[in-house]
Design a protein around this ligand. Structure first.
Ligand code: PLP
Length: 447
């Protein structure tokens, strides 16, 4: 199997030269929070199979919902037709979404949900007529990650992933990421008096007349290394978007569906965006599905006679796929049935308690946690915050050590990420931390 993998597959975000040289894990099955490889070795799924598996693997209610839907139909298009699971899911999404969002546009990945949000925002202002037609640009944060398609890369800001594509990207205006551990203004929280809020306002004010929307990952910039925004930041951004008349897009692709301890991260700051992107956990990690939610006002901006061509000319072949929607309905129903958001609170507390121990490790620079999203930044020198150079592959080496010990995680550069299924037991959670602690200790002792 490994030979065939190396012969035929090209893996995402992977240096294949290294991949070909090294021994790889090939997963064959999963149950709950455990993954099993083709040799029968078991691992804790410490990053929820890339941040998606909410209820663990082979959740019987989702298995059953997909099987039941298969007896009706696997796929039918939403272009010129509708289907039952797509309608039912849209109603459910609107019921759990922040107030004011009333319409659901489906797609199939986080990136496409963002692409759609950007196009909707752009077209909305174009159709509003003068003087709004100048509102064609976007504001986003440095270090942002919104996906890999060209539009979502344009609003991204991670140099390693995005710089090479620069000639292909549209121009965006950037706000410095509010990254307290490495504050761009050389200040420290809370004495900084939220200087980053002031800078954000300057940018928004400066470009508001030419900006369609601001896009932000609410509370946590995930792919940047789990960077946490200071309290009040998201709320401030909402206020500024309203004040300067630009649309606010909340990219809840990573933070949605309970990850931060509430259904959506926006709820922590009582924020209602104009457009919200969801994907990843929407189907409980079963099938590719995403949605872009908008307000009635935005939706109304696209209504008119056919000949006015205000239609949103966008749609992917698998938009609103009935199997994926059935999985999502079953997944969302479980939150109420199993009281998930209440049940994860003690896990979040236990995780915070366990993570405190990591401060004893010499190379742990900062531990960042929101709900069940965690980033542990490893540094060469804790006092100077000197980062490990990329050649040391510190994150990769720690995760390799974890694998030997029965834990699958995936780093973001020098940041070790853990994002277990919300269904993880306290015992599994503590075992995961034990393995991770030992792995960091082992790998950093010579570095
Ligand atoms: N937006 C955010 C905040 C993400 O974290 C990601 C993926 O990690 C995406 C968008 C892109 O999602 P996908 O990989 O499903 O295209």
């Amino acid at each position: 199997m490994e030979k065939l993998d190396k012969k035929y597959l090209w893996h995402p975000f992977t240096q294949m030269q290294d991949w070909e040289k090294e021994k790889q894990v090939i997963i064959e099955s999963g149950k709950g929070c455990t993954l099993t490889d083709i040799h029968g070795k078991r691992y804790i799924d410490g990053v929820s199979s890339l941040w998606v598996t909410i209820h663990g693997h082979r959740k019987k209610e989702i298995d059953a919902a997909i099987a039941a839907q298969l007896k009706h139909i696997a796929h039918s298009t939403l272009l010129g037709l509708s289907n039952v699971p797509a309608i039912r899911l849209a109603e459910k999404l609107i019921k759990i979404a922040p107030k004011g969002l009333t319409k659901v546009f489906y797609s199939d990945s986080g990136s496409t949900s963002v692409e759609i949000a950007l196009k909707i925002a752009f077209q909305y202002w174009q159709q509003k007529g003068t003087p709004y037609q100048k509102k064609t640009g976007f504001i986003s944060l440095t270090e942002a990650y919104h996906g890999d398609t060209i539009g979502s890369v344009s609003v991204g800001g991670i140099p390693l992933f995005h710089t090479i594509y620069k000639p292909l990207l549209f121009q965006t205006y950037k706000i410095e990421s509010p990254h307290c551990y490495r504050c761009k203004y050389g200040l420290s929280y809370p004495d900084c008096q939220n200087t980053c809020f002031v800078h954000a306002e300057r940018t928004i004010q400066k470009y508001s007349s030419v900006t369609a929307a601001l896009i932000i990952e609410p509370l946590v910039q995930g792919a940047a290394g789990m960077l946490m925004q200071p309290t009040g930041y998201l709320r401030k951004i909402r206020e500024l978007c309203t004040k300067y008349n630009i649309l606010m897009i909340a990219d809840e692709v990573a933070t949605g569906f309970g990850r931060t301890g509430k259904m959506f991260a926006c709820e922590h700051e009582r924020v209602a965006p104009d457009i919200m992107c969801v994907a990843k956990g929407i189907t409980g990690g079963y099938l590719p599905l995403a949605a872009t939610l908008t307000t009635e006002d935005i939706y109304a901006g696209f209504l008119g006679e056919y000949s006015e061509f205000k239609t949103f000319f966008h749609g992917h072949t698998y938009t609103g796929n009935p199997l994926a929607c059935a999985a999502a309905i079953a997944s969302i129903d479980l939150y109420q049935k199993e009281n998930i958001l209440a049940k994860i609170q003690p896990k979040i507390t236990e995780l915070a308690k366990g993570l405190k121990q990591f401060k004893a490790l010499e190379h742990v620079g900062e531990i960042r946690q929101k709900g069940l999203m965690v980033g542990i930044e490893l540094v060469k020198n804790r006092i100077t915050k000197q980062p490990y150079p990329p050649v040391s592959k510190i994150g990769i080496n720690v995760t390799a050590e974890c694998r030997k010990r029965g834990l699958i995680i995936r780093p973001l550069g020098n940041v070790i990420v853990i994002m277990p299924p919300l269904s993880i037991s306290l015992k599994e959670l503590n075992r995961m931390l034990e393995i991770l602690y030992a792995a960091i200790q082992e790998v950093t002792k010579h570095n």
